[in-house]
Design a protein around this ligand. Structure first.
Ligand SMILES: Nc1ncnc2c1ncn2[C@@H]1O[C@H](COP(=O)(O)OP(=O)(O)O)[C@@H](O)[C@H]1O
Ligand SMILES: [Mg+2]
Length: 325
């Protein structure tokens, strides 16, 4: 077994629009370690979902993967045929989305939907599928599992629907679960329950890629975090290091905005300026137009990911190793 369940190397995914190439995922390299929760955090529109969709083979026209490699459990999955990707999805690779209603069939009982997912991928009898569905419903914390299986999606609360989605994603025991903003539509109590369920799944051996724009969510459950900005990874570190010693000005700004929100500051600290247009990226660091520290080299050339003191900590900033005055 490979150490990393997922390895992405130099992934580029673009949309070819009438206005030009939109670089949604820009030279992204990322690992998801076995039985860990790895996070991707960043503002809306920075390429988190497109990174996930690239892994799933779900990038839609006019978008496509331009270059890069993706390995699942040591096996190259870039260049697999549609049919091969289809059999991988749901089986070895699963994804859950923010809004479970969009992925559930409204006119089919939820138990049946989960049973069918299992029967598509594995040759099991109807009875076996029903038995395993009831078992997984219990595992994901759906009380009264048998009667819940007979419900239609609209008869369940948002939290229960998300649990059904997680059950569906987990029924074939995937190697990797990608959760794209899985708690954004839920209130904080239910959010905490879903996050602790993810932790349990991970302790049971599932590797998880958790995507969120919310640093609080990331801090609660992730082992390791990638910060994305304008299609690129700009900083990566284990969770404690990232929150205690962020070095990229964008990560710091994100943390500043989050803490002013938490403390209920009269004025919300926001990051001045806007996210760059992915059609016309600045020639240097994408954050340079918003960065206080911006120097000439920042505007001329995109910095590489540079090691920062502390193992496994990297940042895409020329000043990553310059101590704060
Ligand atoms: N259908 C599309 N056509 C053109 N550009 C798109 C399309 N879908 C997404 N994009 C571009 O990809 C970028 C990244 O999108 P996405 O990965 O969904 O962001 P995130 O999940 O971080 O909010 C968007 O900012 C947008 O510019
Ligand atoms: Mg998204």
């Amino acid at each position: 077994m490979a150490d990393n369940t997922l390895e992405i190397r130099n992934l580029n995914t673009s949309f070819f629009t009438q206005h030009g190439e939109v670089r949604a995922v820009n030279d992204v390299s990322l690992d998801v370690r076995r039985a860990q929760i790895t996070g991707i955090v960043g503002e809306s529109g920075c390429g988190k979902s497109m990174t996930a969709r690239s892994v799933m083979g779900l990038v839609r026209y006019p978008g496509r993967i331009v270059s890069g490699r993706i390995r699942l459990d040591g096996k190259e999955i870039t260049g697999l045929s549609k049919k091969e990707m289809c059999s991988l999805r749901g089986n070895e690779l699963s994804m859950i989305f923010q809004e479970p209603m969009s992925s559930l069939n409204p006119v089919m009982k939820v138990g049946k939907q989960v049973e069918e997912t299992l029967r598509i991928h594995q040759h099991v009898t109807k009875e076996e599928a029903a038995r395993r569905t009831e078992e997984i419903f219990r595992e994901v914390g759906i009380s009264d599992a048998r009667s819940r299986m007979a419900c239609y999606p609209h008869q369940l609360s948002g939290g229960l629907r998300q649990r059904v989605m997680i059950a569906m994603a987990m029924i074939c025991k995937p190697k990797l679960l990608i959760a794209d903003e899985p708690t954004t539509a839920l209130d904080v109590t239910v959010e905490a329950q879903i996050l602790s369920l993810m932790k349990r799944l991970c302790e049971g051996g599932t590797s998880i890629l958790l995507i969120s724009h919310n640093l609080g969510v990331i801090a609660q459950v992730c082992d390791y975090v990638y910060v994305m900005y304008a299609g690129r990874i700009v900083e990566q570190a284990d969770t404690c290091t990232l929150f205690d010693h962020p070095v990229h000005p964008y990560t710091r700004a994100l943390l500043g905005a989050a803490s002013s929100l938490r403390s209920g500051a009269a004025r919300l600290e926001t990051i001045p300026g806007g996210v760059p247009n992915l059609l016309h990226l600045p020639s240097g660091c994408s954050f340079s137009p918003r960065c206080e520290k911006c120097a000439r080299q920042c505007q001329n050339e995109v910095p590489q990911m540079l090691p920062v003191s502390g193992e496994g900590h990297l940042a895409r900033c020329y000043f990553a190793n310059v101590p704060e005055e």
